[in-house]
Design a protein around this ligand. Structure first.
Ligand code: TA6
Length: 315
């Protein structure tokens, strides 16, 4: 079987006929990304188990963002600016980039697709900046999922622009009250539930028993999400994205969101690689390149594999 037969890229129709791309790896892992929002909505391991959370009430209809998967927050995180929450990239239709500038393959043998977003006339009215946003979604031979973003300022009026950013990843977890996040202990964070006041995280793993909405600042390049019940550890590796947002809406906010099931907060956790505290400024011709790599490590408490310090120290 030839190398290309080992992996595949399929363009097809998804929910409501929206175009999506399916990436498949011979050993069974797969990923799906919609052109609408360049939105990854599925990432499955070799056993075909879904690793991302998408709400059963998610709306797949422009201009509503899809609730779940990996929304892209650009050019604004949350309400940190005059644009709609989390910017407009997640509710625009992207195109397949058939002739992307070369990008060194971040894995050999990965299967990938390149997507492109440029502002429309309407976008220029609300955010008067020309840019090219290239996103490469890569599924590695081991089933790791990588999102590489390249944002270029293509303004011809000599103007720089400034933005904030996040990969707003929704992880699927068995039971939020059994989940621990490692790697953010002792780091400062802005608490979105307390006017973004600044605090320092206590010295132990983060666990969940109520609504959490925190922006951790200048965090390590690796964060581990431990799901004991599923004997699974998600590892988030991030390059060029200093901050990390941790969000779970818990029960009240869950009920308040029309596109989210009342009990679904029990089965999801957002851990978002981001650039928020220090907004990014690009002069014309400059390009910003960042990457997030997600892996799911089968782990069992007794094997020591689960020892987060080992996970976080390993390459
Ligand atoms: O990333 C966390 C957060 O900013 C929360 O404050 C919450 O609003 C969440 O994003 C979801 O935002 P959305 O605009 O998708 O409803």
């Amino acid at each position: 079987m030839s190398e290309t037969e080992n992996k595949s890229v399929e363009i097809t129709k998804g929910v409501n006929g929206l175009e999506k791309i399916i990436l498949r790896e011979i050993r069974g892992s797969s990923a799906e990304v919609y052109l609408y929002g360049a939105h990854v909505t599925s990432w499955k391991n070799e056993q075909g188990e879904e690793l991302l959370f998408v709400s059963s009430k998610a709306i797949f209809k422009p201009s509503k963002p899809i609730r779940g998967g990996i929304p892209i927050c650009f050019p604004q995180f949350s309400n940190m600016g005059s644009l709609e929450a989390h910017g407009f990239a997640r509710n625009r239709v992207w195109t397949i980039d058939t002739d992307p500038p070369p990008l060194p393959p971040n894995v050999t043998n990965g299967v990938f697709v390149d997507l492109l977003l440029k502002p429309t006339e309407e976008d220029l009215k609300i955010w008067p900046h020309s840019f090219e946003y290239r996103l490469r979604v890569t599924l590695g031979p081991g089933g790791d999922l990588m999102l590489t973003s390249r944002i270029r300022n293509t303004n011809t009026d000599g103007k720089a622009f400034t933005f904030t950013f996040a990969y707003h990843t929704y992880f699927s977890v068995s039971d939020i009250s059994e989940v621990r996040v490692e790697g953010l202990e002792t780091f400062d964070y802005l608490d979105n539930l307390k006017n973004r006041e600044r605090y320092t995280e206590q010295g132990d793993a983060i666990t969940f028993e109520s609504e959490v909405d925190k922006i951790y600042l200048s965090t390590p390049t690796k964060i581990a999400i431990l799901d004991h019940e599923k004997k699974r550890t998600f590892v988030v590796r991030k390059d060029g994205l200093p901050d990390a947002v941790v969000w779970n809406p818990w029960d009240k906010k869950a009920k308040a969101m029309a596109d989210f099931g009342d009990d679904e907060y029990k089965h999801m956790l957002c851990v978002e690689a981001a650039a928020i505290e220090k907004p990014i400024t690009l002069k014309p011709g400059e390009e910003w390149k960042v990457r997030q790599e997600l892996s799911a490590v089968p782990s069992s408490y007794f094997s020591g594999q689960l020892d987060p310090s080992k996970v976080l120290q390993s390459s």
